[in-house]
Design a protein around this ligand. Structure first.
Ligand SMILES: Cc1ncc(COP(=O)(O)O)c(C=O)c1O
Length: 372
């Protein structure tokens, strides 16, 4: 958090608007729209945004929704909220995101069968955009709407475009772990203002106009609070700084690990800017000397928290029996991928400490192996 966030929160207190209405909320939406170029509504979370986004695309009971298998639960569980049916599609290696060729094959197959999915979700993971041009091309060919899950991608670009703004509806997360945060929160944008207005209506319990609490539709308590909006406003203003900081962290690791065998930064696709929201690496056990899991354990002993790359949805107990198209790439990324500490507040010394622990884990264990 910086000074601006504190200033805007103090303003919110002075104005005495603390709940889900107020000037900070209005300003945040205006500022986010200026950034994204689209009408926007500030909401309680990215997950809430994904739920509203699916509803805006007309997803309901029994409808099929394509979703990348490599994603976070909040990006696909809303399919189940609507009793719709997910189909999980594998990642491509170039970006780790939805594979456009597999998606095209799948849509062609469904078109031949005469029943297309109701929507396609595309997630932009770890700060990098999916390859949107071929995805949008095939979806428009079959007239299937697209919901962009840009929860992890604020600050990144795709051919100069902003993730979340390239398809019908886009969703961002301002969860505490994201590149910028409102402490919690999210934003939904859409090409059509009517859709954003509808999402705002649903997010405030779908209360019909007037004062007598009439409801003709099902609504939700999904609106952002004025206090959260105040924090988010301050954070949005320092997004560029945060992007530079995250990229610097990832590139310092990459440089330091260049001399180590079998550990590689996730690909940086040449079509855009990867924020490296998380510094993700792939560990090749046969060359690195130890497995990804052993590396996480070695770091844990040194009190360094590292995590695996997302566990694919088709491999989750919750989604047992769900149709999957491919899945081997996502499984491999989950098995070998590690997310190292990536915070923009990481000090040089802390990063050096982490780099040293990774180096030790590689050299010592690999040395011990050779001695065996
Ligand atoms: C890919 C993805 N989708 C959706 C979400 C849900 O966002 P939130 O935590 O704000 O509900 C997250 C993050 O948490 C995410 O990483």
């Amino acid at each position: 958090m910086g000074e601006l966030e504190e200033k805007f929160v103090a303003e919110a207190f002075r104005e005495n608007w603390i709940s889900t209405v107020g000037p900070q909320l209005n300003r945040f939406e205006a500022e986010f729209s200026e950034y994204s170029g689209l009408p926007s509504v500030a909401i309680a979370s990215g997950t809430a945004g994904m739920h509203l986004g699916l509803k805006l695309l007309g997803v309901g009971d029994g409808d099929e929704v394509v979703c990348p298998t490599l994603t976070f639960a909040g990006g696909c569980n809303p399919i189940l909220y609507e009793r719709a049916v997910p189909v999980f599609v594998d990642s491509e290696r170039r970006s780790w995101n939805l594979d456009p060729d597999l998606l095209a094959e799948f849509l062609e197959k469904r078109a031949r069968g005469g029943r297309l999915p109701k929507a396609v979700i595309v997630a932009h993971l770890f700060g990098q955009c999916a390859d949107m041009d071929p995805i949008l091309e095939v979806c428009s060919r079959f007239d299937v709407p697209v919901l962009e899950d840009a929860a992890e991608a604020l600050g990144s670009t795709y051919k100069g475009r902003i993730p979340g703004t390239m398809a019908d509806v886009g969703v961002y997360s301002l969860n505490g772990n994201k590149i910028i945060t409102g402490s919690t929160g999210g934003v939904l944008v859409a090409q059509e203002k009517e859709r954003v207005d509808k999402a705002r209506f649903w997010s405030t319990q779908a209360r019909d106009p007037g004062t007598d609490y009439r409801h003709s539709e099902l609504g939700y308590n999904y609106r952002m609070s004025n206090i959260v909006a105040a924090i988010a406003r301050g954070q949005l203003k320092i997004l560029e700084t945060r992007v530079e900081q995250r990229r610097a962290v990832a590139f310092r690791y990459r440089e330091a690990f260049a001399e180590l065998p079998g550990i590689e930064l996730m690909p940086q696709a040449d079509y855009g800017r990867h924020t490296n929201w998380l510094s993700c690496f792939l560990v090749d056990e046969s060359r690195f000397g130890i497995s990804r899991d052993a590396l996480i354990e070695a770091l844990e002993v040194a009190n360094v928290e590292a995590r695996p790359v997302w566990k694919p949805m088709h491999a989750q107990v919750l989604y047992r029996g769900t149709e999957a198209v491919g899945g081997e790439v996502a499984e491999d990324l989950n098995r070998r991928g590690i997310c190292l500490p990536s915070s923009s507040s990481l000090t040089d010394e802390e990063q050096t400490f982490i780099i040293e622990r990774v180096r030790e884990a590689c050299l010592h264990r690999a040395g011990a192996r050779r001695a065996d």
